[in-house]
Design a protein around this ligand. Structure first.
Ligand code: AMP
Ligand code: GLY
Length: 428
């Protein structure tokens, strides 16, 4: 199939997750290869050819893939998946790693997922679905606070309100129905779950799946988990919460029933699946699904993967994942995200980042680019989350200290970061 063992691979996306995937694929010794990143960032630019096409322009993407005779497409972010890029490209006989549009509703519609939870008895927060403000307000009367109020569709980490009182609850309901996250026909009101969060991943070929490790994200912008929600300020892998008994429960109570539901719909799930879980007393509850790797979780998980990622992805596309044995380095991986000052609200773009070349990089100390671009060999920040520093060691504190030294060395004046990533496992 691949002439002279030569493959052309395109990765869709431009974040730290995609840079981490690109590096793993680049280093795979299975094939001689040429890599393209659509659109990529300053980091992917040094190992792949960046191609400036918007991810919502499917036909332009297809024309490019066809012209270059691309053998495999790997989709990083959720938006094109939820918009149906996999269905679109597969119809045109292009091999794509990622779930189709129908099953991507696991992330694209929180209500779709809640209905599966209800039907298949998957442990999750109790919830109500409402179609207008008045009914929602009615329901809110005499409820115990805090409550969680959610817009249904994709909202890039926004669209979820944790409400401590009636006033903030009503405000959330109004904002959602007034269209802050796009047209809203329905709203979700959930019980607030207490416990510790964990990200649990699987990789699936549509038939068989394998566990793909765990991580702990840090979603809030401020130290000690305070302030606004972000895409993720840092992570570590593996999660300290995981144990064999818990993993069995996650699989039996959450993952397997979800895949059964997908099968009952006449569908298959191919790709990474990310379960956002709340763990309380060693019991898992599903908060949400994402139909992709997490960002920055991916950046912490992939450096620990021993097995060849390209091999795994190809075996998912070829439906023979069962034959693969996924192996991991028994190390601790931690990631800190360097952001532009002002993120997740307003921040400046096109700020130069100098001295990147002075930083140490090794197999255990990695720097992944996220919101960066390169122009005439100068790197500029063009996003809220700019660089991801990852360090692998036997101890989360050692990893964190190494990263903080690196960030200090870079001394990027427009940047800020959380210096407490991993505090739950480090300060014990
Ligand atoms: P989501 O976009 O659904 O992941 O929600 C964003 C964040 O809100 C999650 O990572 C949790 O920290 C929090 N969250 C969402 N739903 C709940 C819930 N029912 N109980 C407690 N926290 C929640
Ligand atoms: N780190 C959270 C996410 O990727 O959704």
């Amino acid at each position: 199939r691949y002439i002279n063992n030569y493959m052309k691979i395109a990765i869709l996306g431009s974040g730290g997750r995609e840079h981490a995937i690109a590096i793993k694929i680049y280093k795979s010794n299975k094939f001689e290869k040429k890599l393209y990143c659509i659109p990529g960032n300053a980091g992917t630019n040094s190992i792949a050819q960046n191609v400036d096409i918007k991810l919502n322009d499917f036909s332009k993407i297809y024309n490019f893939l066809k012209q270059k005779k691309i053998d495999l497409v790997i989709v990083g972010p959720e938006k094109p998946l939820v918009d149906g890029i996999v269905d679109y490209l597969e119809k045109k006989n292009i091999k794509v790693f990622g779930p189709n549009q129908k099953v991507s509703q696991l992330e694209g519609s929180k209500i779709f997922t809640k209905k599966i939870c209800e039907k298949y008895n998957i442990p999750t927060a109790k919830f109500g679905i409402f179609e207008n403000k008045e009914d929602t307000f009615d329901f809110l009367k005499n409820r115990k606070m805090p409550l969680v109020i959610k817009a249904d569709g994709l909202a890039a980490g926004k669209g979820v309100y944790i409400c401590k009182d009636m006033e903030s609850s009503k405000n959330a309901v109004s904002e959602i129905f007034n269209g802050k996250f796009g047209k809203a026909d329905q709203i979700l009101v959930e019980e607030f779950l207490e416990g510790d969060e964990m990200s649990y991943f699987i990789i699936s070929d549509g038939n068989k799946y394998k566990s793909f490790s765990t991580a702990q994200d840090h979603k809030r912008v401020g130290e000690g988990d305070t302030g606004k929600n972000t895409g993720g300020m840092g992570a570590y892998s593996p999660s300290s919460l995981i144990n064999d008994n818990l993993e069995k429960k996650i699989i039996n109570k959450i993952i397997q029933p979800t895949l059964d539901a997908i099968k009952d719909m006449g569908q298959q799930y191919k790709g990474f699946l990310y379960a956002g879980l709340m763990i309380k007393n060693n019991e898992p509850y599903l908060i949400e699904y994402n139909v992709r790797m997490g960002d920055p979780e991916c950046q912490t998980i992939l450096p620990l993967l021993k097995t060849d990622l390209l091999d795994l992805i190809l075996s998912c596309c070829n439906k023979n994942l069962e034959k693969q044995n996924i192996e991991w380095h028994e190390k601790k991986s931690l990631c800190i995200v360097l952001c532009s000052k002002g993120y997740p609200e307003n921040y400046k773009n096109n700020i130069e980042i100098t001295d990147l070349d002075n930083l140490d990089s090794s197999e255990n100390d990695l720097i992944y680019h996220a919101g960066t671009k390169v122009l005439d060999e100068v790197v500029y920040a063009v996003g809220g989350r700019v660089l991801n520093f990852v360090s692998i060691s036997d101890d989360y504190l050692i990893s964190r200290n190494k990263i903080i030294n690196q960030i200090k060395k870079l001394n990027w004046k427009n940047g800020f970061y959380r210096s407490d990533i991993g505090y739950k496992v480090i300060n014990k």
